[in-house]
Design a protein around this ligand. Sequence first.
Ligand code: PEP
Length: 251
Amino acid sequence: TPGIRPLVAGNWKMNGTRDSLAELRAIGEGFRGDLDAKAEALVCVPATLVSRAAEAVAGSPVSVGGEDCHARENGAHTGDISAEMLKDAGASHVIVGHSERRTDHGEDDALVNAKALAAWRGGLVAVICIGETRTEREAGRALDVLSSQLAGSVPDGAGAVNTVIAYEPVWAIGTGLTPTIADVAQAHAHIRKQLAAKLGPASSAMRILYGGSVKPGNAAELLGIANVDGALVGGASLKATDFLGIAQAYR
Ligand code: PEP
């Protein structure tokens, strides 16, 4: 989108130990010069690694994010982590509403909305994920699903500074399958239109990332689509060469 600096974001999911920080360091070192000039980079890592990850990329243009947060700031929520804690550990962003959270933990739009608000409260940018399932797409309901997820998951007050939207068709995550160029273009145009209707001009500079089996080999094609302002990358973010290969689409 004209005027929007793209974002290449990684999501390590439940992968990574201290040894994996070498890959992150390599991403930090690789993401310089003309790459840094054209796109921003973010890697979201397991909570156990956030503070070490932040140290590993210190001095590089790469930011670190969490993968989820609780809606509350603190309290009796054993095992949970707040946005404030992620911020304190060195994160600048947090993913909320990833389809794996929605599926594995039964998170609904109302909870995702509360988590996005919590992210802002804690001083983090919320990366809000939406996307249809295969059944929903085959039933011709993909755009309706996106509309209702946007309406429910994105709080009023969202704008380019505090929020990134990630469109991730659930059936394309980790499967090697991707939608057609036309389907991605249609979904992103639809999301752009819905955001404008909901949020007004504040939404015009919001990034809409595509996620789902982005690899170095398909990045240029996917990231060249209108209204695709970057990528959310799962599997291919674990290897520096793959992640940097995807970012090369912006050279
Ligand atoms: C993701 O988990 O956000 C994702 C897009 O995964 P993958 O790139 O592995 O499909």
